[in-house]
Design a protein. Structure first.
Length: 318
């Protein structure tokens, strides 16, 4: 019995030029497809890494516009109870807008150990109650390094802390000189236990950002009538736009890859059809020695599959 696979294999062995052309076309198509998809995936991963670096996964930042309106633990609990809120980190800027901060050219920040907030401020770990993290510019100006003690000015009196880490300030910091403390330390130093200046919020579904922001503003307005005028809400729309761009790149990559695969498949079929006329004599000979029409067609199909599969493997490996 004549098998289509055997017929196809013998035919390919005697047509090296056709095999090379078809495999090269398929390999080129698959290779380009894989390359395009990889580039699109890398671009998207790069965008996500950039978003994480700049925003720390934070979807909403709600705080006092002038830094002088303070909130408390009850406000935090109110925000955490809002539908759609995943978790909340907080910060306290005790001297925001104060002449003291302007004179010293140093921004003091108290942070909760919230993962998203720490990532937003580019801190490697939570700040201990007895230590301070300082920005690299501040460390260079003061000539200090991690592990040393440093005496920092405060409105009432200078205070000494151990330098836990030297960190690079986030892109959105606005000032190169930053001193990070634990939230409790900053509240105690300022004499404002429980005081909160800003909320850093991660959502379950970032697409509900606008609705959740409205709900948060309404909740704070209920607790502090008139506070809405002093609130600033950063919805990190730049991150949303970057994600949309990354999604567009992925869609473009899929479209380009699909078109390339289609062209590659057409090339394989085209070469097969082009050589079909030249092989009529071969097919007639096969029929003469007992091969059925089904076997002849099967041999052609097996050839196409073999050449396409070999080209696909070659393109993927390349």
């Amino acid at each position: 019995m004549v098998r289509p696979s055997g017929l196809a294999w013998r035919s390919l062995r005697h047509s090296p030029r056709r095999v090379a052309l078809t495999v090269a076309g398929a390999a080129l198509g698959v290779g380009l497809t894989v390359a395009v998809l990889c580039l699109a995936s890398m671009a998207r991963a790069g965008v996500e890494a950039r978003i994480q670096e700049e925003f720390g996964g934070i979807d909403l930042v709600v705080g006092s516009m002038d830094g002088r309106t303070w909130f408390g633990p009850e406000d935090l609990a109110e925000i955490e109870a809002i539908a759609g809120v995943r978790d909340v980190g907080v910060a306290y800027f005790p001297f925001a807008g104060d002449p003291f901060e302007t004179d010293q050219a140093i921004r003091y920040v108290g942070l909760s150990p919230h993962p998203g907030t720490l990532q937003l401020f580019k801190l490697p770990r939570p700040v201990g109650d007895d230590e301070v993290f300082v920005s690299d510019q501040m460390a260079a100006d003061m000539g200090i390094s991690a592990g040393q003690t440093v005496t920092l000015p405060f409105p009432d009196q200078p205070r000494t802390f151990r330098v836990g880490e030297i960190v690079s300030p986030p892109l959105r910091a606005g000032t190169p000189k930053l001193a990070y403390f634990s939230l409790r330390t900053m509240q105690d130093v300022a004499g404002q236990p429980g005081a909160i200046t800003a909320f850093y919020i991660r959502l379950i579904d970032p697409r509900l950002k606008l609705q959740t922001a409205d709900d948060i503003q309404e909740a704070l307005e209920r607790r502090h009538p008139g506070v809405a005028r002093d609130l600033t809400v950063d919805m990190a729309f730049e991150a949303d736009e970057a994600r949309r761009t990354a999604g567009g790149l992925r869609s473009l990559g899929l479209l380009t890859g699909s078109l390339t695969l289609l062209v590659s498949a057409l090339l394989v079929v085209g070469v097969t059809q082009f050589t079909l006329r030249e092989r009529l004599q071969e097919i007639a000979l096969l029929r003469a020695v007992g091969a059925t029409v089904k076997q002849a067609r099967g041999a052609l199909l097996v050839e196409v599959l073999l050449l396409g599969g070999l080209g696909a493997l070659t393109g993927t490996a390349a």
